[in-house]
Write a protein that binds this ligand. Structure first.
Ligand code: NAP
Length: 487
């Protein structure tokens, strides 16, 4: 398809943006630009460079189905290898000429008469686009905890997503605050090199064994020789994760099974009953994101690692004071405190039809049709938008479905010479009533925990309350009658 006068703006050069660009190119649509605020592509895999950082979804599934990599070195690849995979995709598909790095979009405004989006960059430059595809990600900006006295700490203090590589932790007394998906990777990675590691846990989380292995050369050779074999392995792994979805997503007695597996893992990893009791979660499996690690819990059996479960009262110049009055002197504090979740709000001011702001449209919670389109914001497509996250499988399954859907919409707009497509409000409302209606049956809402999945009012605008295959089925076809098609 030729598209010389059809500028498309992709915002963000992570998995979503790169995958979209590859598929646009494959469809012969070359008039796109990828705007990326950082100096390199990669998103999460560029930013998270902490020791131990790796994927907690098998690499066979955590990669594009249309760009298989037979050379993954491990079952769960480490961050640099995933970043290299994305860099290789960019080179292979010659995407560099389409990239505008170091360019943050600060504002977007839709001109209804012309059917054009005007984007303003951080340099004040304006660029126009007929279609905007937003792939900015939801877990980008570190969440810095508002702990009393944090500014007064005189040692080193940094967030896992902004690792300070020039700081040598060898032989130091180090604190890690937080026990989520980042912490379970960084804690075992740094424990052997520091003098003392104190882990501050607010909420104990369920951990499943990872079973990570080096992939032998002969397996890689077979994947290279028989691509169908790798596709088959991928399908099997995906099917297995979908099966696990029943145990993770639903608020039901089924969650007892993974809890039993996890508790066995805890018993095998931590000999001391007192420490085990502190590490045992008090909410239903799946309610928070399940953690996967072979060596996180066993790290607490080390002599130089202490688990602190008393709440943090204050950070002082030389350490951390907990509610029981204990002082924990430390040289360095690592914040494994997660991200300021960007799913509930526009990433920057976005004005759609009649100047309607996306934040106003989302004042009662972020909603979109199938997580991708918002009524009143024509030709604006979101990848990994509201209610499209998984709690049990690879996010890329959803991302690929969305890319496929958006491509159909773009082809429709170009093919029928439309000014814009705008999802009907009724269609969007009906879809979201269905999504929200199912939330009460999920472990995320009824499992007795608080997590980044939930907004302040307890509603869930982050995850899809079903299996990935259901989402893929529902997003497989762009249905023109669900949209206002304007010539
Ligand atoms: P997270 O899951 O939100 O965990 C943050 C941790 O910090 C929690 O244990 C939280 O305690 C604690 N915390 C936050 N504020 C605190 C405070 N003021 N005082 C004490 N503790 C505090 O963040 P994350 O570990 O960075 O993971 C976020 C998401 O990123 C994951 O759910 C996952 O989707 C993604 N991720 C993926 C991978 C991967 O391998 N693919 C790796 C890392 C992260 P509470 O539990 O009590 O709130």
């Amino acid at each position: 398809m030729r598209s010389p006068d059809f500028p498309i703006a992709i915002i963000g050069a992570g998995f979503a943006g790169i995958g979209t660009a590859i598929q646009l190119k494959k469809a012969g649509i070359l008039s796109f630009t990828i705007f990326e605020r950082a100096s390199e592509i990669g998103g999460t895999w560029r930013d998270n460079t902490y020791p131990g950082c790796a994927c907690d979804v098998p690499s066979q599934v955590y990669s594009f189905s249309f760009e298989p990599n037979p050379n993954w070195s491990r079952g769960f690849s480490e961050a640099p290898e995933i970043q290299q995979y994305l860099l290789d995709c960019v080179e292979k598909h010659k995407l560099r000429p389409h990239l505008r790095l170091d360019t943050a979009i600060r504002e977007a405004r839709f001109d209804e008469a012309e059917g054009i989006w005007t984007l303003t960059t951080d340099c004040g430059e304006t660029v126009t686009a007929r279609v905007v595809i937003s792939g900015v990600g939801g877990l980008v900006d570190p969440s810095l905890p508002d702990i009393k006295g944090i500014q007064s700490f005189t040692g080193e203090l940094f967030h896992t997503a902004r690792w300070e590589h020039e700081i040598d932790l060898t032989g130091k007394n180090v604190a890690v605050i937080g026990t989520g998906a980042s912490a379970v990777q960084v804690v075992p990675a740094i424990a052997p090199e520091v003098n003392k590691l104190t882990v501050f846990q607010r909420t104990a989380a369920w951990v499943m064994p990872k079973g990570d292995r080096v992939i032998p050369e002969k397996v890689k050779a077979r994947f290279r020789r028989f691509p169908w074999l790798q596709r088959w392995v991928r399908s099997l792994m995906f099917a297995f994760s979908e099966f696990l979805g029943f145990f993770i997503i639903l608020h039901s007695p089924l969650s007892k099974l993974p809890e039993r597996v996890s508790l066995k893992h805890l018993k095998q990893s931590v000999p001391d009953p007192g420490t085990r009791a502190k590490l045992r979660p008090k909410f239903e499996f799946g309610c928070k994101r399940m953690l996967i690690s072979d060596d996180y819990w066993s790290t607490f059996a080390r002599d130089n690692v202490e688990l602190v479960t008393d709440s943090i009262e204050e950070i002082r110049a030389d350490g951390i004071e907990t509610g029981d009055g204990t002082q924990h002197p430390v040289d360095s504090i690592i914040l494994a405190t997660g991200f300021a979740v960007g799913l509930a709000a526009a990433p920057f001011p976005i004005a759609g039809k009649n100047g309607l702001s996306l934040n106003d449209a989302w004042s009662k919670g972020a909603v979109a049709y199938k997580g991708m389109t918002v009524s009143g914001f024509p030709n604006w497509f979101i990848i990994m938008g509201p209610n499209t996250g998984p709690g049990h499988t690879s996010v890329l399954v959803y991302t690929e479905a969305q890319i496929h859907y958006i491509l159909q919409a773009v082809k429709k707009i170009i093919g029928d010479d439309l000014k814009y497509v705008d999802v009907k409000q009724r269609v969007q409302d009906t879809y979201n009533e269905g999504i929200q209606g199912r939330m009460k049956y999920t472990s995320w809402s009824a499992g007795g925990c608080n997590s980044w999945y939930l907004s302040e009012d307890g509603s869930n605008h982050a995850l899809f309350p079903g299996l990935a295959s259901e989402y893929v089925m529902r997003a497989r076809r762009f249905v023109p009658s669900e949209y206002h098609l304007v010539k």
